[in-house]
Design a protein around this ligand. Structure first.
Ligand code: CAA
Length: 285
């Protein structure tokens, strides 16, 4: 089986920086790539702050934090990933962007490397098909916040080899995650269940059935979820929620997945959730 020592992470956003942190913490040599220097610096700084917070909370010592950070190199040229054994893409949830990135990863990264995607809903088979190595492409769907959430949803595309799938399972487990195996169908398992629930919560708001606060209180206190569905939507990003609902609607062709018009309107208004300071709630910057 492929021996994974160096991991590349594509995209220094919310998910990418979390994956980079967890991979480096687990002993991997990590190359964090982002085209945007500012986004990369922000991502690296965020990781440093998370590691320092762990020291002050006595989760780990200063040496562990320093060693983890030292294992992460930031790069702004995809060529910087050429020697990695596994590259995990965590860019924006948009098909055309992912296809473009996978083509450039396929060209830049050594041919025997595994190319994984953190997509939350786009077909792994379709992403793999834009590369020259579909047998080496798999889905590794981490949950947000990556350092806290214990799951990696593993997705096997039509052409993914058993060896590739075993290697991404092993890497996920080395990162301290529980790996579940899911077929390549729209939304996989987590979002096939989670997103219709969030979308339905937006319908409950849209139809004036309950307020934002009361919807969240109902599900938090009534069903013991750690966050209400609208808080969770803000946390994930309303643009991501909408993109996933659209994939479910289009991919499964069933009207029960139609995105709520209010969700669309919030995205049109730029109320994308916590990351921009405004979604269903307002957040202090
Ligand atoms: N990064 C790293 N660590 C974080 C963090 C972050 N962004 N946010 C919180 N934490 C850590 C805290 O440091 C804290 O650690 P300790 O207990 O060791 O001190 C721990 O998480 C709990 O944090 P808090 O006490 O501040 O807050 P909380 O108890 O409300 O927990 C939460 C926060 C873990 C996010 C919790 O609210 C939760 O589990 N929410 C649901 C998250 C969820 O469902 N995620 C999946 C989203 S779906 C997805 O990601 C897939 C997709 O495709 C859309």
């Amino acid at each position: 089986m492929a021996n994974i020592e160096k991991i590349g992470v594509v995209g220094a956003g919310q998910m990418g920086r979390g994956i980079a942190q967890v991979a480096a913490f687990s002993g991997y040599e990590v190359y964090l790539f982002d085209v945007n220097q500012e986004a990369l610096d922000f991502g690296l700084d965020f990781i440093k702050k998370q590691l320092d917070r762990g020291v002050s909370k006595e989760k780990w010592d200063q040496k562990t934090a320093d060693d983890t950070l030292a294992r992460i190199s930031g790069v702004t040229d995809i060529e910087g990933l050429k020697d990695v054994d596994l590259a995990i893409e965590a860019a924006t949830e948009n098909k055309d962007i992912k296809f473009k990135i996978f083509k450039s990863m396929d060209e830049a990264i050594k041919p025997e490397a595994i190319l994984a995607t953190n997509t939350s809903s786009i077909s792994i088979t379709e992403i793999a098909a834009v590369t020259s190595r579909p047998q080496l492409v798999a889905g590794m769907h981490f949950m947000n916040p990556v350092p806290v959430m214990k799951l990696v949803e593993g997705i096997k595309g039509l052409e993914t080899s058993d060896e590739t799938f075993a290697a991404v399972k092993e890497a996920s487990e080395k990162m301290g995650k529980t790996f579940v195996s899911v077929r390549d169908m729209p939304g996989f398992a987590v979002n096939r269940i989670l997103m219709p629930m969030i979308n339905e919560a937006v319908y409950v708001l849209h139809e004036g059935i309950a307020s934002v606060e009361d919807i969240d209180a109902s599900m938090k206190l009534g069903t013991n979820q750690p966050m209400g569905p609208l808080t969770l939507a803000d946390f994930i990003g309303l643009d991501t929620c909408l993109a996933i609902m659209e994939v479910l609607h289009e991919g499964l062709g069933d009207t029960k997945y139609r995105p709520c018009p209010l969700l669309k309107q919030y995205v049109q208004a730029g109320r994308l959730g916590r990351k921009v300071g405004r979604g269903f709630y307002s957040y202090e910057k």
